[in-house]
Structures are given as C-alpha cells and as structure tokens.
Design a protein around this ligand. Structure first.
Ligand SMILES: [Zn+2]
Length: 297
C-alpha cells in the first residue's frame, strides 16, 4: 500500500523550511513551476477533445489565428497584462486560461506544504503532482465535452509506473524496483476491474451506458498513482457526490432521473484531490471504526 506518513522524517526541517525566507522561495518556485504546467494543461484541455495534436503548431489565437509569441504566453502574467485579450485582434480569451494556471500553481504549492507538514517522504510528490494534473484536465474536459480522453489517463498511468520504478520507497519501506511497479500495477487493475464489472452490470440493468470507459481508466490511473485505498475512496466519494448532484439537478429541472446523465469526471477528480490532502486522516478514522484496536498500540 502507498505509504501515507513518515518516511522522509525530517526532510522538511533539513531543507530549512522553518525559515520563512526559504519556505517562501520554495513556494514561489513551485507555484511558477505549477502554473507553467497549468499553461500546458490549457493546451491539452483545448486541443485533446478536438483530436488535435498537442505537440505540433505553436499556440495561436483561436479567433484571428495569429501566433502567440513567448512573451504573450507567460502563465498568469500575460493574461493579466493583456487583460485576457488577443494582442492582435482583441478577441477575449476564456478566463479558463487564468484559472487553470493559477489553480495548478496553487495546488502544487499546497500539496508541497501538506507533504512536508505530515512528514510524507518528498518522493510522494512524484505521484501527487501528476495526479493533480490528471484531476484538473479530467474535471475540465469531462465537464465541457463529456469525455475523459485516453490522452490524459494513459500518460498519468505511465507517470505512476515510472514513479514506482524510480522511487520504490513510495510503495513501502521494503519494496524494490520490481515489487513497487507490480504493486502499483495491481493497485490500478483491481479497482478498475471492480468498476468495469459495475459498468457492465449497470448496462444490463439500466439498458444504457451508466458510466464511460474513460471513468474506468481514470480509476486505474488513480490506483497506480494513489494506491488501492485512494482509488476506492475516489470511486466511492466521487460517485456519491456525483449521484447526489444528479438527483438535485433532475429535481431542479423537473426531469426524470432516468433520463438525466451527468459527467462524473469532475466529482472523481474532486474526490481524488480530497484524498491527496486528507487521505491518511480519513484512512485512520476509517480503521479506527472498522477495526477497533488496530491503532491502539
Ligand atoms: Zn487574435
């Protein structure tokens, strides 16, 4: 199982984080790093649902087609300087660009602080940060287009497997470069298999697709990155909140629930982020109730 606490012990102190100057420097650097990746996510969010390649063709204005120069492509800053408009034609850009960049930077910095404060090994960031990227893209693309593209879930799975090979200690103190990837792979396959069976059963009973294969692949990626407890929590909390939202939505619109379908992606993504921030607290609380005495020592 993915290690939840105490491995890096005092790396936070050794890195000098108790000094405000050092902490602020790290947070600023991580925020900038995160917002640059957020800028890349914006490209993914725009191009992936359209089937465009993210590699070729530099960024261009979607209105007049003029190429966006590097100095107009600086995360957050350029958006504010140009007041969210194209330099050439003045067409307004979606505020999504600013929100995704700021959100990615902020979440990266907050996750760094969380990992430091609960004394998780710093290598944990190698799974938490990619998971954050997957969550933001999934939430946005699924909400807008009702799909979770393979182009987001497959790279996330790859990054999770790579993290297990490079930092096997994330998966336990005695795991090696063979056992950690095996654990990671199993942690992806098992929850996804469970969800796939559920999807097939749902299709037979409801006679329509109750959830997409994109959701199943998202859960597989979650398992590879966060472990089985994280994937199960994401599945449970995500589908519960999504279902409640669906019931509320159907009631408000006076539409029969059977004909209402909602995008689960944003709810799964939200649940996974909750797990990143509070997973060990939730797991401990659960074990406390489910298996009394297990934490007594
Ligand atoms: Zn333009």
């Amino acid at each position: 199982m993915l290690r939840l606490t105490d491995g890096g012990a005092d790396w936070w102190m050794r890195a000098g984080m108790e000094y405000p100057v050092v902490l602020v420097f790290f947070l600023a650097a991580i925020f900038i790093f995160g917002s640059c990746l957020g800028s890349f996510l914006n490209v993914c969010i725009w191009r992936m649902p359209l089937g465009e390649s993210i590699a070729d063709a530099p960024s261009h204005c979607t209105s007049c087609g003029s190429e966006i120069r590097w100095y107009d492509n600086i995360p957050i800053v350029s958006y504010l300087v140009l007041r969210g408009r194209c330099r050439h034609c003045g067409a307004p850009y979606s505020c999504r660009y600013l929100v995704v960049e700021a959100l990615t930077g902020t979440l990266f910095a907050l996750i760094f602080v969380k990992v430091g404060l609960v004394r998780q090994p710093p290598e944990t960031l190698a799974v938490y940060w990619p998971m954050t990227l997957l969550c933001i893209t999934t939430a946005w693309i699924d909400a807008e287009h009702r799909i979770i593209p393979d182009a987001t879930t497959y790279p996330a799975m790859f990054l999770g497997m790579a993290a297990a090979v490079l930092f096997p200690s994330i998966w336990g103190e005695n795991t090696g470069r063979i056992s950690a990837p095996v654990l990671a792979a199993l942690s992806g396959v098992l929850p996804a298999l469970f969800l796939a069976l559920f999807a097939l059963a749902g299709r037979r009973i409801a006679r329509r697709e109750v959830l997409g294969w994109g959701d199943v692949k998202f859960i597989a990626a979650t398992g590879i990155l966060l472990g089985v407890p994280g994937a199960l929590f994401t599945l449970l909390a995500g589908s519960l909140t999504g279902t409640f939202y669906g019931i509320g939505f159907a009631t408000a619109r006076r539409r029969p629930l059977r004909r209402t379908s909602i995008a689960f992606g944003p709810f799964l993504a939200g649940a996974a982020l909750v797990w990143i921030f509070a997973g060990e607290t939730l797991l401990r609380g659960y074990l406390h109730f489910a298996v009394p005495g297990v934490l007594a020592q």
